[in-house]
Design a protein around this ligand. Structure first.
Ligand code: HEM
Length: 443
């Protein structure tokens, strides 16, 4: 029999640990690190007995472990997003689906989305007030939703409007349900799960209409949106994706990519207003390198997802200093490794210059997770954040502030700035070159 070796940890009942984690994101993990060190065990109502790790070598080993040994945690996300969702799949089935979805998110394909991204950003910026403090989070949510609906769902007209109305409500409900144990009794249409299923049926009907439209489209081959690419994609055996799988994956992409990107952008506003030197340097020209480094540093210091998890599928698996039982969940603390001073000197300081000439190590800088399950939309998200930030700084002067840092606020999926990323902006007197770019993309 294998002798297990695990670190100690709090023995508080799971529900209390969960409530604490939701109402005081970050505080709990810091307390435990201070008390138990860089690894500790804990109880979670969703994941059960879990090991939280933050040591760089152990995280690297976990991310490089074969999915046959350490794979998806299969939380309720599968129930919420559908059985075909990447989040619900493990092993070979995950590999098969992911293989089909990777090409649309890489290289040349992404360039096709830049115009959509800038156009949706400019459209939203038309409503921004000047010289008055306002929360940018709702705006960022609208920008990232509209971008996904156009670039990923290929939605226009009635379907665009319907999805824009339905999805935010539905995803919010779903992200709350994902954190709760699944009820054993069906309480019908008045229960949260009942309401959730009614919305799912409405969603499926809209997706069927989008698919039917795309299938009638004589120019489907020329379309760049991800729905069109999914319809044309084929598995190794030559079969197409089922409509159900397409609907599940579109919902997965939306849930994974909408709020996470919006929240990171709201944090970028929050960070930049409190670092006037960086803000000045970014605003005084079109320095792509510094802008990209800023986005990396915002994600290091304010990662919007705290943890990613893997379920251990083999008994006696040795992970660094620990020997784990089959069935245990390992949670990787993104928050803690990003604050490791041996990897990022003076870790609490916001300093984009640390990444200007040095690309981050993708096993240490992990806002997008890692390994075979690393975020599929990382390049899409980075490009989108770059376009939104570039457009913001070109169109507006962002006014610095001496206000205290905004606190973390858990929104279910992502942790956002507590006041919504407050901004004060003044529209720049437009230069002819900027005007020409803005007019071209707004068309
Ligand atoms: C700043 C924005 C984003 C952040 C911080 C983020 C973060 C993450 C994280 C932490 C994971 C889990 C990775 C793991 O378990 O190792 C993930 C998975 C995923 N993300 Fe993102 N994400 C972002 C944007 C996006 C976008 C824009 C899309 C697509 C449009 C997307 C699609 C996905 C998908 C499909 C997965 C599941 C991958 C799999 O299981 O194979 N994400 N993301």
């Amino acid at each position: 029999m294998t002798t297990l070796r695990l670190p100690p940890g709090p023995t508080t009942p799971p529900l209390i640990q969960a409530v604490y984690g939701l109402t005081r994101p970050r505080r709990g993990v810091h307390r435990r690190r201070d008390r138990y060190g860089d690894a500790f065990t804990m109880n979670s109502p969703v994941f059960g007995r879990s090991l939280m790790i933050s040591d760089a070598a152990e995280i690297r080993q976990l991310f490089q472990t074969d999915p046959a040994i350490a794979d998806n945690v299969e939380p309720n996300l599968g129930r919420v997003l559908g059985r075909g969702s990447l989040f619900a799949l493990g092993g070979d089935e995950h590999r098969r689906q992911r293989k089909l979805l990777v090409p649309p998110f890489h290289g040349r394909r992404l360039a096709a989305y830049e115009q959509i991204m800038e156009r949706e950003t400019l459209r939203e910026f038309d409503s921004w007030p000047q010289d008055r403090e306002f929360a940018t989070m709702p705006s960022m949510m609208r920008i990232t939703l509209n971008i996904i609906l156009r670039a990923v769902f290929g939605a226009e007209g009635a379907e665009f409007d319907e999805l824009r109305e339905l999805l935010p409500r539905w995803v919010k409900l779903g992200s709350q349900l994902a954190l709760l144990p699944v009820p054993t009794v069906d309480w019908g249409r008045w229960s949260p799960w009942g309401r959730f299923h009614i919305m799912r049926r409405r969603y499926d009907a809209i997706i069927e209409r989008l698919i039917a439209k795309a299938e009638r489209d004589g120019d489907l081959d020329d379309r760049e949106d991800i729905l069109a690419l999914m319809l044309q994609a084929r598995y190794d055996d030559g079969s197409p994706m089922s409509h159900r799988d397409i609907a599940d994956q579109l919902l997965t992409l939306l849930t994974a990519g909408h709020e996470t990107t919006a929240t990171t952008l709201a944090w970028a506003v929050e960070r930049l207003r409190r670092h006037p030197d960086v803000l000045r340097a970014l605003s005084s020209g079109d320095d792509k390198k510094l802008r990209e480094a800023t986005i990396v540093e915002v994600q290091r210091t304010r990662p919007v997802i705290d943890t990613v998890g893997r379920k251990i599928r083999a008994d006696g698996f040795r992970l660094g200093r620990w020997t784990l039982p089959k069935g245990m969940t390992v949670l990787v603390s993104i928050a803690l490794i990003h604050e490791d001073g041996t990897l990022f000197p003076d870790p609490l300081r916001f300093d984009p210059y640390r990444f200007v000439d040095a690309k981050p190590d993708l096993y240490q800088w992990i806002p997008f997770g890692g390994g075979t399950r690393r975020c599929l939309g990382a390049a899409f998200a980075n490009m989108e954040m770059n376009v939104v930030l570039r457009t913001l700084l070109r169109e507006f002067e962002l006014v610095p502030t001496a206000a205290p840092d905004e606190a973390w606020h858990s929104r279910g999926i992502a942790s956002a700035p507590g006041k919504g990323g407050l901004a004060v902006v003044r529209r720049r007197v437009s230069t002819p070159a900027a005007q020409a770019t803005a007019t071209a993309v707004a068309r």
